[in-house]
Design a protein around this ligand. Structure first.
Ligand SMILES: Nc1ncnc2c1ncn2[C@@H]1O[C@H](COP(=O)(O)OP(=O)(O)OP(=O)(O)O)[C@@H](O)[C@H]1O
Length: 249
């Protein structure tokens, strides 16, 4: 097996008496979509926060690109190319699509945020932003006010911002949330292509999308990974069916 792009080793995190992560070890291979599924409160957000640097684990490590990044702040992990897209959108709704991506690209460069107006007029940054918009198919909406985008287009916009980071791995927190059936289908096709840019750790409740996309799934229940495997293996795992999938699989 090739070296994983991202791996956790024995991540453990408690909040008082609640063990939100119990000895979680998982990996993300090049080109792979690895989905993490589990019921509400299973510990998915806690896991993502530890991977991205928002929460420090009580024990365990996070390795990214072969480096132990457990002690690095979120910002440094992001600069290394750990690109998170958010469950709750952090887009500036009153700004144009291009402005949102340009500001994202500026953040990636670590430039002074006090010079926003300069940044928006900086040709290099604008070119980089337009390039990212082209890759997600949003170049035609560059001058659109972000609030006017559909849910699916907002997700594409978030990904285009992430693309300006030169991502080496995507961490996606419920990208299908709030999408209609058609939007989910389109986003599914989009993510299927995006995996070639960088592998995706996908936390998602939409099982149709998960089953269509995931090379591997890990099932999280009460802070613990009870199974990791292919879609077929997970669908047929009696423990998973009992704990989570029920009859929907
Ligand atoms: N900051 C916190 N303080 C105390 N308890 C917390 C905190 N964050 C999470 N928890 C608890 O840890 C457990 C896991 O929560 P987490 O939000 O990670 O689950 P989740 O799988 O992301 O849930 P959902 O699918 O509903 O978003 C829950 O019991 C939750 O109440």
């Amino acid at each position: 097996m090739t070296d994983p792009v991202l791996a956790t080793h024995g991540l453990t995190k408690s909040f008082g008496a609640v063990q939100a992560s119990r000895d979680i070890s998982l990996s993300l291979q090049p080109g792979e979509i690895h989905a993490v599924i589990g019921p509400n409160g299973a510990g998915k957000s806690t896991l993502i926060s530890q991977i991205c640097g928002g929460l420090a684990p009580d024990a365990g490590q996070v390795h990214f690109l072969g480096e132990d990044v457990t002690a690095l702040p979120t910002r440094k992990r992001a600069r290394m190319g750990l690109a998170r897209t958010f469950q709750i959108s952090a887009l500036a709704m009153e700004d144009t699509v291009l402005q949102n991506v340009t500001l994202g690209a500026l953040g990636a460069r670590g430039g002074p945020l006090g010079l926003l107006r300069d940044a928006l007029n900086n040709q290099d940054l604008r070119d980089k932003a337009m390039g990212a918009l082209q890759r997600v198919g949003l170049a035609g909406q560059a001058s659109t006010i972000t609030a006017e985008l559909s849910h699916g287009q907002r997700r594409q916009l978030e990904v285009s911002i992430a693309l300006t980071l030169n991502p080496r791995a995507f961490i996606m927190d419920e990208p299908m949330a709030g999408m209609g059936t058609e939007g989910s289908h389109r986003l599914t096709a989009f993510l299927d292509e995006l995996r070639h840019e960088a592998p995706i750790l996908l936390v998602e409740h939409d099982m149709d999308a998960v089953f269509a996309l995931a090379d591997r799934l890990s099932v999280l229940v009460y802070g613990e990974i009870i199974a990791t495997g292919t879609v077929e293996e997970i669908r047929n795992n009696p423990q998973v069916r009992a704990a989570y999938l029920g009859e929907t699989a």
